[in-house]
Design a protein around this ligand. Structure first.
Ligand SMILES: C[S@@+](CC[C@H](N)C(=O)[O-])C[C@H]1O[C@@H](n2cnc3c(N)ncnc32)[C@H](O)[C@@H]1O
Length: 354
């Protein structure tokens, strides 16, 4: 998965492909409407108001749309971040982000700095990552007759094929007991993200004061490792169609896995971060005032075309509806040195589910 997504020049995110938007393979929330990024901007304002040194650090900035929309929104709030850092693994996406910022908000370009690694300490402000955790490589495992296996990719007569190998790594052993007690079907396949712990340790070391917001699709562990989900969550995307064959076109199709938010919370808390909130995307956006913002834009749009109003209505539907992104997508927040209750979790806090 790491190689298929990130091999320089050849990986899905590292090549010339345009993954995002209607002409790409999938659409992310910042691409749907600036209303999404403006909610994140308001959440930033809440924690940065009394902190003139605050910055933003975006991990995995995709097309750069969220950076543009947040900077434009924060300029309206008269609270531009000291710096807007972007940590982007793909060189080709870095290039696209620079182009987009130069086109859409050249006046703030000098605030944006691309970095190759997380700062090792002293960051103040907001760290944000939308749909980055689902793009982290996962290990696939299978539980069959009280034995755990790792599902590896091997080459056989010039073809990539999946092959299982007995696996006794400490991370998978607890699943054997779980399979017995919860009567999982056999074989039961799923995924584990072994990169979460190191990531959370790095984020914790980096953050001196402020918040970390992670937004992605997924579930708490009880729903993720549910008996009914016996095929796991690994999915591929190509031209807005989803499939489950990751070896079909490595480097050409997106490969992703849902996020186990209980594991995210555990890794962060073990790394010394405080859990500040966990909710679904709809509740987060409502808590951050998406409706008032849309209404204001709608009043303005009353002078504009009916087409723009329909587009905005559709965007709200996509972002908020439980049958679209509203419920499957979650927002989790961690922090250090923050004593304000975050507005994004005012409507609904689901921490008890983790
Ligand atoms: C699914 S895209 C989401 C892009 C964007 N955040 C959005 O919502 O449209 C995943 C992004 O994360 C980047 N990425 C994945 N792992 C990363 C890492 N460890 N460090 C920095 N960027 C990463 C990818 O290159 C890509 O830009």
């Amino acid at each position: 998965m790491e190689r298929a997504l990130y091999t320089p020049d050849l990986g899905y995110y590292s090549g010339d492909r345009q993954p995002f938007g209607p002409k790409g393979d999938f659409v992310t929330a910042p691409e749907i409407s600036p209303l999404f990024s403006r909610c994140l901007a308001r959440q930033y304002v809440q924690i940065a108001e009394n902190n003139p040194q605050a910055s933003i650090l975006e991990i995995g900035a995709g097309s750069g749309q969220m950076a543009c929309d947040m900077l434009l929104a924060l300029a309206n709030h008269h609270l531009l971040p000291t710096q807007y850092f972007i940590l982007e693994k793909s060189k080709s996406l870095q290039h696209r982000q620079k182009q987009k910022l130069a086109q859409q908000c050249p006046q703030y370009h000098d605030r944006v700095r691309w970095i190759d690694a997380l700062p090792t300490a002293g960051f103040k402000g907001m760290i944000v990552a939308n749909e980055v955790l689902d793009a982290m490589p996962v290990h696939r495992f299978q539980i069959q007759k009280d034995q755990a296996y790792e599902l590896r990719v091997v080459e056989n007569a010039g073809q990539l094929v999946e092959q299982s190998f007995p696996w006794d790594h400490a991370c998978v052993v607890p699943f054997i007991a779980r399979a017995q007690s919860q009567h999982w079907p056999s074989p039961y396949s799923s995924e584990l993200n072994l990169g979460l712990k190191p990531l959370m340790q790095d984020l914790s070391a980096c953050l001196k004061q402020g918040i970390i917001l992670l937004i992605d699709y997924g579930f708490p562990a009880s729903e993720y490792y549910h008996p009914d989900r016996f095929m796991g969550t690994l999915m591929c995307h190509h031209r807005h169609k989803a499939h489950t064959h990751p070896l079909m076109a490595p480097g050409l199709h997106d490969i992703t896995a849902h996020v186990d938010f209980s594991a995210v919370a555990e890794a962060a808390q073990t790394a010394g971060l405080e859990l500040l909130g966990y909710t679904n995307q709809a509740a987060f956006l409502l808590g951050c005032g998406i409706h008032a913002d849309a209404n204001a834009a709608g009043t303005h749009a009353a002078l504009a075309s009916a087409k723009e109003q329909v587009i905005q209505h559709h965007a709200l539907q996509q972002l908020l509806s439980p049958t679209e992104m509203g419920e499957l997508f979650k927002v989790i927040a961690f922090g250090r040195g923050v004593d304000t209750a975050l507005m994004g979790f005012d409507w609904l806090d689901l921490q008890h589910k983790l």
